[in-house]
Design a protein around this ligand. Structure first.
Ligand code: ADP
Length: 408
């Protein structure tokens, strides 16, 4: 089945056309600056290798989707003769609240529930709704499926997802841990389970999705027991510009000391913290690793080392904690931009973890960058298997969409 995977942001829209019979990505692209001057589409046809990048007015997501349809069916840049060759659309949706524990066919009722998710993720949800309406406009009648970043985490027990705040806030506002990057944790934990020589029900896996945004999950028997992100994607470990977990009392303290509003503190915690906040110069792990490699003579060396060591320390704690709640550990998986490419971070995390049964194969780890598939980075005698596995959230979305449409 040819599935068009759509990831709609407020002013951008990324897409991939995936053939689920072969898992081949036939075309991909991005529309940027939607609703602004200088709207731009960049489209790549991956079978022939042709590509196009041009400015074209797009006043809204419907205009963007019409342009996507034009290029997907174009004689030179397209990969289908007409839109009948595309069976359905799968949308990445960031927040499904407690309404959605799995992917679902878009209906009026589903859209009404999605409207309610604006409470939790206003910017993202509004963008997704625009993307869905844009597809309705450009491809009327085409089935649309929603795949939620939060859905995989809905298996958590209340003891994992409840915060110890007055219970009424959970009832009134849905204040609880939701977790994010669910499609990624689901994909890499399933790939890892296949590599382990035991039934999925018996597997105990920690998945570390470490990119600009990072989250770690404990996946026992194919189900999430706990995850580091919470009510929002701000929680958990240190990230590119996000602080992760801090003492919540710091928020009113900073508001008082710096005369900031809650929104300003929120902005600091989301956009000016993490790697960027500690180093004062970059949120990109490659810059940090560059300064560390340059040595103590580099003016950024100390702060970069500190930023990376904070993340290392948090990851070690998290893996240990998750092994404790799962009563054991079969495998640790690293994925996403940093997890797939930073051998040095993986080494920092995995050394001195013998007590837990982790034994890193340093050479295999060094080689495991720019992955084309799963790479084992633990020794053969390691009790816990450690892998770097490239994530593929789009494939999860395409497969779920195809499965739902096939069952109609
Ligand atoms: P997002 O959360 O935006 O999807 P990614 O998963 O693409 O983020 O991860 C982005 C991060 O991955 C950046 O910090 C980038 O520096 C890092 N990264 C990408 N390639 C490498 C590499 N070769 N070595 C170290 N870090 C890398």
């Amino acid at each position: 089945m040819n599935i068009l995977v759509v990831n709609a942001g407020s002013s951008s829209l990324k897409y991939q056309l995936i053939d689920t019979a072969t898992d081949v990505v036939r075309a991909k692209g991005i529309c940027e600056r939607i609703g602004m001057d200088g709207s731009l589409i960049e489209h790549k046809q991956l079978i022939k290798g042709s590509k196009v990048k041009l400015e074209s007015p797009m006043k809204d997501h419907a205009d963007a989707m019409k342009l996507v349809v034009k290029y997907l069916t174009d004689a030179e840049y397209g990969c289908v003769a007409d839109m009948n060759e595309i069976q359905a659309i799968g949308h990445r949706v960031v927040h499904g609240g407690s309404f959605f524990s799995g992917s679902i066919l878009m209906t009026e009722d589903v859209l009404e529930k999605l409207e309610l998710c604006k409470e939790f993720a206003p910017l993202h949800t509004v963008a997704h709704l625009m993307g869905i309406k844009g597809c309705l406009d450009a491809m009327p009648g085409k089935p649309q499926v929603l795949v939620f970043d939060t859905a995989f985490h809905q298996t958590m027990e209340p003891e994992a997802y409840m915060y110890a705040l007055p219970y009424e806030y959970y009832e009134k506002y849905g204040l609880r841990r939701y977790g994010f990057h669910g499609s990624s944790h689901r994909y890499v934990s399933a790939e890892m389970a296949k590599l382990l020589d035991k039934p999925v029900e018996e597997t105990k896996i920690v998945t570390c999705h470490i990119g600009n945004g990072s989250s770690i999950s404990a996946v026992k028997g194919g189900k999430v027991m706990d995850t580091t992100m919470g009510f929002t994607p701000l929680a958990g470990v240190e990230m590119g510009t996000r602080c992760g977990d801090i003492d919540p009392a710091i928020v009113p303290y900073l508001m008082d000391k710096e005369g900031m509003t809650a929104a300003q503190v929120n902005d600091v915690m989301n956009k000016k913290s993490g790697f960027l906040g500690i180093t004062g110069f970059s949120s990109d792990s490659r810059d940090l690793e560059g300064a560390i490699a340059a040595g103590p003579s580099d003016p950024n060396y100390e702060k970069c080392l500190l930023a990376v060591n904070i993340l290392k320390h948090q990851l070690k704690k998290c893996i240990g904690a998750y092994a404790a709640i799962m009563n054991g550990l079969d495998a640790v998986v690293f994925t996403a931009g940093i997890g797939e490419n930073s051998a040095s971070l993986r080494e920092r995390v995995c050394v001195d973890m013998e007590y837990l049964g982790i034994e890193l194969d340093k050479q295999a780890n060094e080689k495991a960058v720019r992955l084309s598939g799963s790479a084992k980075i633990s020794t053969d005698s390691s009790k816990v298997a450690v892998y770097a596995i490239p994530t593929n959230e789009e494939l999860v979305i395409a497969r779920d969409t195809a499965a739902i449409v096939e069952s109609l």
